[in-house]
Design a protein around this ligand. Structure first.
Ligand SMILES: Cc1cc2nc3c(=O)[nH]c(=O)nc-3n(C[C@H](O)[C@H](O)[C@H](O)COP(=O)(O)OP(=O)(O)OC[C@H]3O[C@@H](n4cnc5c(N)ncnc54)[C@H](O)[C@@H]3O)c2cc1C
Ligand SMILES: O=C([O-])CC(=O)C(=O)O
Length: 313
């Protein structure tokens, strides 16, 4: 969208957002009420975009790279081949020989996907954004109507904050706790299909998790959760018993039955100000980031084409 000026307003920036602690693995669950073609597009556009970064000299600064591993299941899932299996590399079912490493599991998928470490990626994006003249403001927004007095359009990407900002009670927290582990010998990820136990080797450390506690707003580390995470992960990967815990982290996934990527107008002092929402990605915010952002941009274009085209965002 050329010839517009863009301001990002947020209460918190990197390293204090939910994304900063996320493992950043590209792996999606299926949302019930969003056409599967749209979800496929969201995944593919994000994957292709991040792959181009991973394949470029920018990869190290951006913290984006290919990551291979196993997704193992205690019971054979109804959907053995997820909708995104065509977009990652080398998706296949694990062999009996491989499954012997996971005696408590019956079925597994092996593939190479991407890992986007937001602790690097977000500052990298911010630098690029500033370099082309983007404005950044640290501020908590409490009233979108008031904000709209000074802008021609608004994109609402406030995650869990939308519960208060646009009074959307459908978005709720799913608390996730993880440990940062030093285990440099681990190179492949392993994820249990129930989403409660996973091991993601990264640039700085190995992320191990996790928890999924719905409607739990606690941001403090829970020592019992940490103990449980360590026990479960050591069961999945016994070599972890020799590892060292470097840190603990808690984040609240901005969860919604379906992410909200849709548009409306704010009525402000006789003007209709386009408002496009893009929030509620739950545990797939990194995975679907670029695809949902492109949809958001399309929706904004649609709104602006119904309005005078000169826009200041
Ligand atoms: C333990 C854990 C592991 C995860 N692992 C992965 C993974 O491997 N892959 C993956 O794809 N996803 C993962 N996620 C999910 C991912 O972190 C989220 O989906 C993603 O961060 C959501 O991004 P967001 O920008 O919508 O929300 P956030 O990152 O929460 O950002 C919201 C922003 O809005 C701002 N804001 C909110 N309200 C206001 C307001 N009123 N005024 C001003 N600013 C406001 C906040 O300050 C913040 O800057 C994980 C999450 C957790 C907790
Ligand atoms: O589920 C995973 O593998 C990682 C993740 O996205 C989360 O914990 O939200």
């Amino acid at each position: 969208l050329p010839y517009c000026s863009v301001t990002v307003i947020a209460e918190k920036f990197s390293p204090d957002t939910t994304g900063d602690g996320a493992a950043g693995i590209l792996l999606a669950k299926e949302f019930p009420d969003i056409p599967i073609e749209r979800q496929r597009r969201w995944f593919k556009e994000t994957f292709d975009h991040l792959l181009a970064i991973a394949d470029s000299p920018q990869a190290a600064d951006a913290g984006v790279y290919l990551s291979s591993g196993y997704h193992v299941f205690k019971e054979i899932p109804c959907e053995k081949k997820p909708y995104w299996s065509d977009f990652v590399f080398g998706f296949r079912y694990m062999t009996d020989h491989e499954m012997k490493r996971f005696p408590n599991h019956k079925f597994g998928q092996a593939f190479t996907t991407l890992k986007c470490e937001c602790l690097s990626y977000l500052p990298w994006l911010e630098k690029r954004f500033r370099a082309v003249g983007g404005q950044i403001i640290y501020e908590k927004v409490t009233d979108l109507h008031k904000l709209a007095q000074n802008y021609d359009a608004i994109l609402n990407c406030s995650g869990l904050g939308s519960r208060f900002l646009v009074k959307d009670e459908e978005v709720y927290p799913v608390r996730g706790q993880m440990l940062k582990i030093s285990a440099p010998w681990l190179k492949n990820f392993v994820r249990d299909g129930d989403g409660l136990t996973y091991i993601y080797p990264g640039i700085r450390y190995v992320n191990i998790g996790g928890t999924r506690q719905a409607d739990d707003w606690r941001m403090e580390v829970d020592k019992e959760d940490s103990k449980g995470i360590l026990e479960r992960c050591c069961q999945l990967e016994p070599s972890l018993r020799a590892s060292q815990v470097m840190g603990e982290w808690v984040g609240l996934r901005p969860t919604r039955a379906n992410p909200r990527v849709e548009r409306e107008y704010l009525h402000v002092q006789g003007r209709q100000v386009p408002l496009v929402h893009n929030y509620g990605h739950g545990s797939c915010g990194v995975t679907l980031s670029w695809g949902t952002a492109l949809d958001t941009l399309d929706l904004l274009r649609q709104s602006l084409s119904e309005k005078p085209p000169q826009a200041r965002l």
